[in-house]
Design a protein around this ligand. Structure first.
Ligand SMILES: Cc1cc2nc3c(=O)[nH]c(=O)nc-3n(C[C@H](O)[C@H](O)[C@H](O)COP(=O)(O)OP(=O)(O)OC[C@H]3O[C@@H](n4cnc5c(N)ncnc54)[C@H](O)[C@@H]3O)c2cc1C
Length: 402
């Protein structure tokens, strides 16, 4: 029986597993599936990275086993350290020591990590919300800061570096989070600063949503510092290129992500974010039997747009990669990946949210109406079904072409 291996238990990897299992089951009909599918993950959970800016980040994960077990996908807790594509082998660290896995087909879905700030600029503890452990640490730190009997010398000041998607959502939410830890009065007196080297907020988000973002940040009393180039972060002092200084107990970095280093390790061509170039079937160019999806894949969603590093793209890409890798091993026809619809929904704290459609981001909803859409996505769409084999396989079915 052919072996299909999936690396990564994020949105791309998990949805790939569901689609591959569904493809194998449809082919096998009443008999047992003719494919051995295993998913290797560093830990036993799907982490909901898009929710890590919220309060209670420790709750933002879903166990993998109740999704994989009912559909016969093996879960191995293993951190992949190297891929030997010509020999179709993967090396990994497990709790029992180093292990090698062989495969006939491999889906790379090990995601991305925050691009670290240049170390020569930073001599301080800075925080982030890139993964569950980091988000929980930040939360504990905020709790500790707000638990001090009176504000420290640096005040209850939070500086968020990077006014992109994550920085904006985090800034808009921050005062409420401080309030949960230290009371409304103390949180009301805190300073929340959003800092970016660019001349505008949400440079990549475009002009449509921007006025709403600015209105929401103003309502949340977020101080926006633009054209702010950091010279150095030393202890609790942020020194800017123009000589200005900000003293802050909390500095959070949100400035962009890069694909998992496993991509670079293959020695193949990658894009500026370190993603592997894939063809229309999500096969990695230059490596037979290898597929990539989610934040590791540079894929076209239509004739001219490249998928973003987002769960909106990672989930469908995962499904196509799972379907196609399984089809390949079962000698069935593959489907080209396409995702013409693109939407953006940005949480803007108690002001609400902004929802836009299309790559030019035409605003369609704002405030409470958009917030309801955001909450629907964050509490339902990104959660896989669990325990129920039928429901899980239904989630792995490919939708008819638009
Ligand atoms: C704070 C924040 C907010 C975001 N907000 C949004 C949003 O609003 N909307 C949106 O669409 N997207 C958002 N994103 C982006 C989105 O979370 C990612 O694009 C998405 O998680 C990518 O899915 P993925 O499956 O490719 O990778 P990941 O979700 O990163 O999953 C990768 C998986 O691989 C595992 N892994 C990594 N290395 C190894 C290894 N060596 N061996 C084994 N397993 C490994 C990891 O543990 C993880 O389970 C946000 C991201 C962050 C950090």
């Amino acid at each position: 029986m052919p072996d299909l291996l999936i690396i990564g238990g994020g949105y791309a990897g998990l949805w790939a597993a569901m689609a591959a299992a569904r493809r194998a089951q449809d082919q096998a009909q009443d008999s047992a599936a003719d494919l051995n599918i295993r998913l290797l993950s560093k830990d036993a959970y799907l982490t909901h990275r898009p929710r890590l800016y919220e309060s209670n980040p420790q709750d933002m994960r879903t166990p993998l086993a109740p999704v994989l077990e009912p559909i016969g996908v093996g879960l191995e807790i293993a951190e992949v350290t190297a891929i030997d594509a010509p020999r179709r082998r993967v090396r990994a660290r497990t709790e029992h020591g180093a292990r090698e896995y062989s495969y006939d087909g491999l889906i790379l879905a090990a995601g991305s990590v925050l691009r670290p700030p240049p170390m020569e600029l930073v001599n301080a503890r800075v925080w982030n919300v890139d993964n569950l452990a980091a988000a929980v640490e930040l939360d504990q730190h905020l709790k500790a800061v707000m638990a001090t009997p009176k504000p420290a010398e640096n005040g209850d000041t939070v500086v968020i570096i990077g006014a992109g998607f994550t920085g904006i959502e985090l800034a808009a939410e921050m005062r409420a989070r401080l309030g949960e830890h230290g009371g409304a009065a103390r949180a009301a007196a805190a300073r929340v600063i959003l800092l970016d080297a660019a001349a505008t907020v949400g440079e990549d988000i475009g002009p449509g949503p921007r006025p709403h973002i600015l209105e929401a940040l103003q309502a949340a009393r977020v101080e926006v510092h633009l054209n702010a180039k950091i010279r150095r972060i030393e202890g609790d002092r942020i020194v800017l290129d123009d000589g200005g200084e900000i003293i802050a107990a909390t500095v959070i970095v949100t400035a962009g992500v890069q694909a998992n280093v496993l991509a670079a390790g293959l020695g193949l061509q990658t894009d500026a974010a370190g993603r592997l170039l894939v063809d229309a079937h999500l096969r990695v160019k230059g490596a037979p039997g290898l597929y990539a999806a989610g934040d590791m894949a540079h894929a076209l969603t239509d004739a001219s747009h490249v998928a973003l590093m987002s769960c909106q793209h990672a989930m469908p890409m995962g499904k196509f990669a799972g379907y196609n890798a399984a089809s390949d091993l079962l000698n069935l026809a593959a489907l080209p990946y396409a995702q013409p619809r693109y939407v953006t929904c940005l949480d803007l704290g108690s002001w609400g949210a902004v929802f836009s459609t299309g790559w030019d981001r035409q605003v369609e909803m704002i405030k409470a109406e958009a917030k309801a859409r955001k909450q629907f996505v964050m509490t339902e769409v990104i959660y896989p079904p669990m325990h129920d084999r039928k429901a899980i396989l239904a989630a792995g079915a490919m939708e008819p072409a638009p």
